[in-house]
Design a protein around this ligand. Structure first.
Ligand SMILES: [Zn+2]
Length: 91
């Protein structure tokens, strides 16, 4: 996904700005992997294969996202996976 497009996204919950951290880019400088963090509610949204995952909490699965966050963690500044807002009961 193009960086210009990603920068237009806002948090779907509170419409606040998102901070972008880029993990990998393709040869055209588009974002392949990265993470968006909401400074307000502290939710984070991974970008996987160029697609930002911004589903409602009840549709997100920590088991699916945890390995990614673990893999990226050395490069991440803002993310702490205790920020994961999943409603655990709904898994
Ligand atoms: Zn937010």
């Amino acid at each position: 996904m193009r960086i210009e497009t990603i920068q237009k996204l806002c948090c779907p919950f509170d419409k606040e700005e998102l901070a972008l951290e880029i993990i990998t880019r393709d040869i055209n400088n588009n974002i392949v992997e990265g993470i968006l963090t909401c400074k307000y509610c502290k939710r984070y949204y991974p970008i996987v294969s160029g697609i930002p995952i911004m589903s409602p909490d009840e549709y997100r699965e920590k088991q699916f996202e945890a390995p990614l966050i673990g893999k990226w963690k050395p490069e991440l500044l803002n993310v702490d996976d205790t920020n994961f807002k999943l409603l655990e009961n709904n898994v």
